[in-house]
Design a protein around this ligand. Structure first.
Ligand code: AGP
Length: 593
């Protein structure tokens, strides 16, 4: 997720506020940054790749005392590599813009403009479209309004222009943007943290709100009506602000999934088809089978993807644990597409496996969350998951966005597919939304699962990899032993463990093999195992029952159950007093063997 800051006023050094504000947004992750200031008719800009200290170095001689308007941005690449040219602010002839989000129709807009584009980003079309509207005779605010109305997708935008100095234009749809105010000063930011210590009160912009601030007023609009901003006092705790009011980054990231998945789908899940601007069908021409390779949670996403690629795209698919693959002397064919999945893009085992595939002449595709990471730089093609930075060591939103990308890839490679697949895909934000009542129930339920001699998470088909993932989530943050297992396999040995102290978390989707799983669970219940059923339908033999919303597609049940398993693991870990975000012995990125 990119970070945005803005300022209008004359009571402080504008550059100083912008840089400090961007520093408060570092926790969101970024790969480049920039600021722009308009003062006394002069536009000053600095941009740099890498950490903020590079930007501070570049603009150390820029003076910005006195009244003016300023904007700043930290970029997490979604379109175009992390380079200085792709860093924000983007400039026109006399205007600058920063943007967080995805402009879905940027290609169409770009084709209509004869502007001198210098970046690979979607954002740059905003400033050139704005200046084209000005050149066609619209006044600045009308030109800005016309620009916003043309954009499809998600955005939080700040724009400054010589055409209307001492003014900041803003717009918000789908990405967060806040206006803060104090005496004779106006502040902007994409989250609370940069405003703390400056703004006395804040207005959280709603989707569809836009307008401008100048020395006289805040002219705020929604659709075609003026809308008075509703200012409220600002929280003063930065740590609290960075976690967005949640107890842990992991909790924030679980709740973020519903919004983040919208970014993952954006520009890709169209009404009739799947499009990847990063790919071309020719790349897959002579592929006869697929091998997926990953570690940990990413491996579980890969296992899920394999079911989908075979079922939907009819392409044989196998999945390997990278640390095993590296030393098994694998037989590789250049007719195999080698897919590596990694949140960090730096996992040593996965990176080495990718090198082996490249050396063997295979085509390689990375599904990754960090652009310009080692794995992204090495793979032939990359699909970014666009989950934004994931601070919690236990992966949540990275996992669900990986599975969503693999689902889209399977549809992209399929000769054809039933339209219900796309309908279900577009319903993902709802399926990932956290239901507060359900979360409360899981908080209460978690007290029952703080001991025992272990957990089995069981499921069939795609719910077997999900069972593995649920078990891993619990293990890595509660330190309790848990095992994911195919539900149909329990009778081949593990059922010997069944007793009241053995907790079985049974994933029982109504839309896929329900009766089969139900009979497996009945076998366990008959042997007095303690059953916690996760399903949309009551199951009388369950000792505990976690109800999910009924869905009409297995994948929607899959994503709803993902949220349940993430929250259950987290609430158990919290009760045990563990550091949910930084569990013992673990690192966010395992860059060693
Ligand atoms: C996930 O909760 C774990 N932190 C871990 O298994 C992780 O998925 C694994 O180390 C792979 O990391 P990557 O996705 O960054 O490659």
């Amino acid at each position: 997720m990119c970070g945005i800051v803005g300022y209008l006023g004359g009571k402080r050094d504008i550059k100083d506020f912008l840089l400090k504000g961007l520093k408060e947004l570092e926790y969101r992750g970024y790969d480049s940054a920039g600021i722009a200031v308009l003062q006394n008719g002069e536009l000053k800009i600095c941009k740099a790749v890498g950490k903020l200290k590079n930007l501070e170095e570049k603009c150390k001689n820029v003076k910005t005392e006195g009244f003016g308007a300023g904007i700043g941005h930290t970029r997490w690449a979604t379109h175009g590599k992390p380079t200085e040219l792709n860093a924000h602010p983007h400039l026109g002839e006399f205007s600058y813009v920063v943007h967080n989000g995805i402009i879905e129709n940027f290609k169409e807009i770009k084709e209509e403009l004869e502007a001198p584009f210098v970046s690979q980003t979607d954002t740059e079309v905003i400033v050139h479209l704005f200046e084209k509207n000005l050149q066609q005779g619209l006044k600045p605010f009308e030109a800005f309004k016309a620009t916003i109305e043309k954009l499809k997708g998600s955005y939080a935008i700040l724009l400054i222009t010589k055409a209307m100095p001492d003014t900041v234009f803003y717009a918000k749809k789908g990405s967060p943007l806040i206006i803060g105010r104090a005496e004779e000063e106006i502040f902007f930011a994409s989250s609370d943290a940069p405003l703390i210590g400056y703004a006395k009160e804040v207005h959280y912009l709603d989707d569809g709100e836009f307008g401008y601030v100048d020395k006289e007023e805040i002219s705020n609009w929604k659709e075609r009506e003026k809308k008075e901003p509703l200012f409220q006092p600002l929280t003063l705790n930065k740590e609290f602000a960075q976690k967005g009011g949640f107890r842990f980054f992991m909790e924030k990231e679980i709740y973020e999934q519903s919004d983040v998945i919208t970014q993952t789908l954006m520009g890709r899940a169209k009404d009739e088809a799947i499009e990847f601007e990063e790919l071309e069908h020719g790349f897959f021409e002579d592929i006869q089978n697929i091998k997926i390779c990953a570690c940990g949670t990413s491996y579980h996403a890969g296992l899920t993807g394999a079911y989908l690629l075979e079922r939907l795209a009819k392409i044989p698919c196998s999945v390997e644990i990278a640390s095993e693959f590296r030393y098994k002397e694998p037989l590789l064919s250049d007719k195999t597409l080698f897919i590596v999945i990694s949140q960090s893009g730096e996992t040593a085992d996965t990176l080495e496996a990718l090198k082996m595939a490249k050396e063997a002449g295979l085509k390689t595709l990375a599904v990754c969350n960090v652009d310009n990471s080692s794995i992204v730089r090495l793979a032939d093609r990359t699909i970014l998951t666009r989950a934004g930075i994931e601070k919690g060591v236990a992966s949540t939103k990275a996992f669900t966005t990986q599975v969503a990308v693999l689902w889209m890839l399977a549809l992209y490679l399929a000769e054809n597919f039933d339209k219900k697949e796309l309908e279900a895909l577009l319903h993902l934000p709802q399926a990932l939304k956290v239901d507060d009542a359900l979360h409360e129930r899981l908080k209460r339920l978690s007290k029952r699962y703080l001991h025992g001699h272990g957990f089995f998470f069981i499921g069939r088909d795609i719910f077997y990899p999900l069972a593995l993932e649920g078990a891993l989530k619990l293990k890595e943050i509660s330190y309790l032993h848990a095992e994911g297992y195919p539900a149909g396999e329990m009778k081949h040995g593990p059922i010997a463990l069944a007793d009241p102290e053995l907790f079985t978390i049974a994933l029982m989707p109504k839309t896929l093999l329900y009766d089969k799983v139900k009979s497996n669970v009945e076998e366990l219940s008959a042997r007095d195992s303690t059953i916690c059923a996760v399903s949309s339908e009551e199951f009388e033999l369950a000792d505990d029952f976690i109800k999910i919303e009924p869905q009409n597609h297995p994948m929607l049940e899959y994503f709803s159950m993902s949220v349940v398993l993430q929250l259950l693991a987290m609430e158990i870990a919290i009760r045990l007093g563990n550091d949910v975000d930084m569990p013992r012995n673990l690192a966010k990125s395992v860059t060693v063997e």
